[in-house]
Design a protein around this ligand. Structure first.
Ligand code: FE2
Length: 410
């Protein structure tokens, strides 16, 4: 009767401990802390003062100590485990180390087992994967484990194995994600650097258009942001701005820099550059949509008299319209071989005069609106203003911009 009562008491204690353990391993604590507490629960259940928990390092074929109880100077302790031993282990089943004496697994690790005063080893398996082991020292109460105790240990071991497995999987996945992120960022940098280098090469061909591509890219970004384009789309039009004149690399430098009036044939030659830009860029698989389309059509006009395809309004995308106005505005506000630069006031009036024929009404007015906001200091990262000569009267320009954009809605 007394024994039955004792057994019942022990059973209740074990159930309570298992509940504790279940709560521990599913808690939000870090894996090291979870494993430490779990080990304390196990050693408490079976009255084992010394114990260690190991995780399996498959690259080194070693069990490496994660946490221990009651053992001094155990840091760095590891146990050699060859594949043949793993195959011989019974999953999550306690293993009497003394029975292993005289076999190579014991001999190979005799020093570690002695230091840990290990009597029992429980190999931890999550499904079929060997993930670690628990080493238990001598028990205070009795030397061996009852059948029921072994069953309880098995349950405990499977719970700890799954926790370890999930955490190592998580780490692996996290590392992989971080690695991919790094690779992607590196690639992006290389990509951007290459494109910037191309833009510099394009602008270097024409002495009067230094940084033209860069400014066009910035102006285009200003409009795209004002239109609330998504970040990736904004990046796309920035790239298109940088590369829009790449075809000029093929055009004769003498022709691009020729000061006097060009012949009809020479004009035709220069007009080839958007098509050449397209031919070059269409071979590249860009991560941004429509870059090649924007580039090819940046000299198209709303009225269909542009080039190379003489496209008319409904066939022109917003990106094309943005590049067209950004490109022309920069051409007007910088000195060219064939004419002096226009003042900001005159350039804005010129764009305004060409609304509905050369430039799109809405897109150009958005451009005016951003400039207006930048002058008023309403935009954090100004994209247009920093590139303009500062010799204009802000009041006059603002009044002009306000009158042009008075009825704008977008
Ligand atoms: Fe161009």
């Amino acid at each position: 009767m007394k024994k039955k009562q004792q057994d019942l008491k022990r059973l209740l204690f074990n159930i309570a401990s298992l509940v504790d353990l279940g709560q521990e391993v599913t808690s939000a604590k870090g894996i090291d802390e979870k494993m430490k507490t779990a080990l304390y629960v196990v050693t408490g259940m079976f009255s084992v003062p010394k114990a260690g928990l190991f995780v399996y390092n498959a690259d080194r074929h070693k069990l490496e100590l994660v946490t221990c109880k009651g053992i001094k100077d155990a840091d760095g302790t590891s146990i050699d485990v060859q594949t043949k031993y793993i195959k011989a282990f019974q999953k999550n089943t306690p293993y009497n180390i003394s029975e292993a004496r005289n076999n190579s697994f014991y001999e190979r690790n005799a020093e570690a087992f002695r230091r840990l005063q290990a009597k029992t080893l429980i190999p931890l398996f999550a499904k079929d994967e060997f993930v670690g082991a628990i080493c238990l020292g001598k028990r205070l109460s009795r030397t061996s484990y009852l059948h029921s105790e072994k069953d309880t240990l098995k349950v405990v071991a499977s719970q700890m194995a799954i926790t370890l497995h999930n955490s190592s999987l998580f780490k692996k996945i996290k590392n992989q994600v971080n690695e991919n992120k790094k690779l992607y960022q590196n690639m992006r940098h290389i990509y951007h650097d290459t494109i910037q280098a191309f833009a510099a090469a394009i602008d270097a061909k024409d002495v009067y258009t230094r940084n033209h591509s860069y400014r066009v890219a910035r102006y285009a970004v200003a409009v795209a942001r004002e239109l609330r384009w998504k970040a990736k789309e904004v990046e796309g039009i920035y790239i298109a701005g940088l590369l829009h004149d790449i075809g000029k690399l093929i055009i004769d430098k003498g022709l691009l820099n020729k000061g006097e009036t060009l012949s009809a044939a020479e004009i035709q030659e220069i007009k080839r550059h958007p098509q050449i830009s397209y031919d070059i860029l269409s071979k590249i698989k860009f991560p941004w949509k429509d870059v090649v389309d924007f580039v090819k059509h940046h000299h198209e006009r709303i009225d269909g008299t542009g080039y190379p395809d003489e496209l008319k309004d409904p066939d022109l995308s917003d990106g094309v319209k943005i590049l067209a106005v950004a490109d022309a505005f920069d051409a007007m506000t910088t000195k060219r071989t064939y004419r002096k630069k226009l003042s900001l006031f005159d350039a804005l009036r010129e764009v305004n005069k060409c609304l509905g024929t050369q430039f799109d009404n809405r897109i150009s007015k958005v451009f005016f609106k951003v400039l207006q906001k930048e002058i008023k200091g309403e935009i954090k990262e100004a994209q247009i203003l920093p590139h303009l000569d500062k010799d204009f009267d802000p009041t006059i320009i603002t009044t002009l911009l306000e009158s042009i954009t008075a009825e704008l809605s977008y």
